[in-house]
Structure formats: C-alpha cells, structure tokens
Design a protein around this ligand. Structure first.
Ligand SMILES: [Zn+2]
Length: 455
C-alpha cells in the first residue's frame, strides 16, 4: 500500500501542507495521498498493550491484592500507567476520551450559562486559614512550602480561591448575576489508601463550578439548573445514575446531593425507595431507618460510587471573604453561593467499570477514543490485494462523513492477523459495534476481508 502513497517528505520540518493546516495532523504521523486525503495510521500512534494480570499487579507493586475491573483493564490494554501510589499517567487513548468528556461537560455547563475559568493548583494557606479549613481538612490536604517558607496546599477544591476572586470584583452589580464559573483542572487529595485506579487516586481531574446569585430563591433555581445539567450529562453518556441526598461534609452549606453510579465496588451505601423518588446516601439517615421517610415503603440498599456532588452554600463563604454585589436598591449585599463537582477521571473509570465485560473494555459511545477502525488483510494472505481497497474505503468514509474527521484509524500493522487487530481495537472503540463492511457485488469475494468497526 505504501507504494501508492507519497509521504510528505518534500516539505521542510516546520512547513505544513494544506492537509496539515486543515486538520492539524502532525507531519510525522500522516501520509498524503494523490487524492488529497489523509490517513491516520495505527503503526504511527501509541500501541495498545496486552498485559497479563500478574504483570499488572507487579506494575502496581501489589502482590495478590485484587484490583477492580476498570483498574485492571485500563492497565492491561495501556490506557493508564502507574507513576506513584495513587498517581497515573493518562495514555493517549484515555486523553482522547477525557477530552471528549470535557467537551460534553462544556456543552452542558455552557447551556446553563457557565463560564470557564482556570485557577492555580497552588493555593495559599491564608485563604484556607480564613475559613478554618486549613485545620479542618486534616491530612487530606496536600501541603507544601516554597523557598520563602510560605505555606500552600495543592487544591482539592476552590471555594476559598473563587470567593476571594469574586470579592475582589468591586463593581459587581446584581445585573451581572448569576455567575456560574467553572473549571476542569487537576485536583489533589492525600488519600491514605489510594486504590481502584482512577476511581480513588491522589491526583485527578475534576470539573468544579461555583455559582453566585443575588438571592436565596435565585440560588435555588441555579441549584436545580446545575442538577438538571448533571442528569442530562449522565443520560447522554448512557450511564445509569441515582441522585441522592447527601451530607455537606467539610464543604458546608445547607443542602447537598450526590450523583452516584450504582456498582458493587462502590464505597457509599445508598438507600433507594422503589415506590417514590426518595433516595439518600445512608450516612444521612438514622441507622435504624428501614422505611422511606417520604412514603413509609421499604427502602432498598445498594452500593454506589460518587461521580458528582452539589452543595447549596448560602453565604458561608461569601460572608468570610466579603463577596458582595450591589443590589437593586444600590446597597451592598452578600452573594448566595453554590458549588458543584464532577469527577472527570473518575467518570471515565466508573463508566469502564460498569460497561465493560471481564476481559473487554467498553466505553460510552460518546467517549470512545476513536469512532471507527479499518483493518486491511494480513500481509502475505490470499486477500492481500484488497489492501488498496481498504485504503480507498478509508478515504471515502473520512471524506463522506465530516463528523469522522480525525476519528478513523487505519490499522496498517499488516504483519498481525485481523483477529489480533480486532482484539486490540477494543482499546479505542466499542467492539459491540463491529460491522463487516458490505461491498458491491463484484467485491463479494472479498466481502470478509474488511473489518470496519464503528458506531
Ligand atoms: Zn418512598
């Protein structure tokens, strides 16, 4: 197949051909073909792994300590790699999936008026001392000192930082409110026992949103809007979730809900009423409570993993930092706040945990790292002549379906059997979606030889 293609070698390193400019595909990783197409070749990108369970355990420095399914699968196929206890390298397929997840989150947050910010991870101790959380957070807060002896923590959450920021906006008017400010950044928590891979680690990505409203009523409305956006997100991802009432914990405030994905390895116990809409984290209930407080029917218990958390904060933080706005009467008034978290890396791992089989990764289709993969015949096989057709099919697909731009791989590792490459394809797509391509009547002979996978 290579003979047919002209590699873009004619151009100096920093120059780009028109295909590169239009698609931002790095020079080294693509071939230009006479028709002007572009092919993403698997042999030139990160290779999937096929590690055995014992290899995974030794990577993690564990002996016989059972890891959960998502952690094992993600390590086995090369989606993550351990860096230190509770810290992982996110490898290219995972980053693609995460970027897709962040895009879906951005859409949901922006529909309700969210504006994106980006705050430093390094958070000065004074901010946390002002709310007393420097002491309250205890050992979970990852603390450090700079060369001048000034104390910081690596932020696990940013209520202090954002409230101080809003307090610095001296001319804030009620007309500008509500403010819905959010970011997707790395967060840190000094977990005593990091485990379950990306489900409970020390460094992770979170989407955290902070809202500022001019009245408690408006803040309640914002609270419902954000909860609805979270429901919409999990529905779009095809993940079964429950929204339960929750404790406010160290964040504080007066009302809180968790978004939980029911699963056996979950660390929270949830009580759900099958007869009405009541559901709660068990820690909010009396130990002896067996019946639904709303309809008195019996409650069912299930385990879940928390993937989202919402808090109505009132003026708990705005009163400390004096985050004010000018109200409709021209007088200063404290902002009513809410804060809302989504565990971004946790959602990825939790989705794999609930959707995958024991030996095959399954992604939510919106997040699969690639949407399609073409697998040409093995080199030296009697179908080899059809390789050219596979390339053409690739070009047709990417040209005819603009949404597939950058989403289709050509698995040109033709020294491997189709079966082995199909097995690898589980790393970046949902194997349930295998479609053997239907070719024309004349190509019927070759019908079996293309494996087009995709949704
Ligand atoms: Zn009930």
């Amino acid at each position: 197949m290579e003979g047919l293609l002209t590699r873009c070698r004619a151009l100096p390193t920093l120059a780009t051909c028109s295909h590169q400019l239009s698609g931002f595909v790095p020079h080294r990783f693509h071939y230009c073909v006479p028709g002007g197409g572009r092919r993403l070749l698997l042999s030139r990108v990160f290779q999937p792994q096929n590690l055995r369970e014992d290899q995974v355990l030794s990577l993690e420095g564990r002996s016989g300590d059972l890891t959960c399914k998502s952690q094992r699968l993600m390590l086995q196929v090369g989606l993550i790699y351990p860096a230190s206890p509770g810290c992982y390298h996110l490898l290219p397929y995972t980053v693609r999936a995460m970027e897709k997840l962040v895009r879906v989150i951005d859409q949901e947050m922006q529909v309700i008026g969210g504006q994106k910010v980006n705050m430093p991870s390094l958070s000065p101790a004074e901010l946390w001392q002002a709310t007393n959380r420097w002491d309250l957070m205890g050992k979970e807060l990852l603390r450090l000192r700079d060369r001048h002896g000034k104390e910081y923590c690596l932020g696990p959450t940013h209520e202090e930082a954002i409230t101080a920021l809003i307090a610095s906006q001296k001319k804030l008017s009620y007309k500008q409110l509500p403010f819905l400010l959010y970011q997707v950044t790395r967060k840190f928590r000094d977990e005593p026992r990091p485990r379950f891979g990306l489900l409970r680690c020390r460094e992770f990505y979170m989407k955290d949103m902070y809202t500022f409203d001019s009245s408690p009523e408006a803040a309640q409305q914002t609270y419902s809007l954000v909860c609805d956006a979270y429901c919409s997100l999990f529905n779009r991802l095809g993940l079964r979730f429950v929204k339960v009432q929750a404790n406010v914990g160290s964040i504080g405030g007066t009302m809180s809900h968790e978004f939980q994905l029911p699963m056996d390895i979950g660390e929270d116990w949830l009580a759900i009423c099958p007869s009405c809409s009541f559901s709660a984290n068990m820690e909010t209930l009396d130990v002896s409570q067996m019946n639904c407080p709303a309809c008195q029917g019996p409650l069912t218990k299930t385990k879940g993993i928390e993937v989202g958390h919402t808090f109505y904060l009132g003026t708990k933080y705005s009163s400390i930092f004096n985050a004010q706005f000018t109200n409709v009467y021209g007088k200063p008034s404290l902002a009513e706040m809410g804060c809302y978290g989504l565990g971004v890396t946790r959602i990825l791992a939790a989705a794999i945990e609930v959707l995958s089989t024991e030996d095959c990764v399954r992604w939510p289709s919106l997040l699969a790292p690639y949407q399609a993969c073409l697998i040409p015949p093995k080199k030296g096989s009697k179908e080899e002549a059809a390789s050219e057709l596979a390339g053409q099919l690739y070009d047709h697909i990417t040209e005819a379906v603009p949404q597939l731009h950058g989403e289709v791989l050509l698995d040109d590792r033709t020294h491997l059997t189709i079966g082995n490459r199909l097995k690898d394809a589980r790393t970046w797509m949902n194997l349930e979606n295998i479609i053997l391509s239907k070719l024309t009547q004349e190509q019927k002979m070759k019908h079996r030889i293309f494996s087009l996978i995709g949704g």
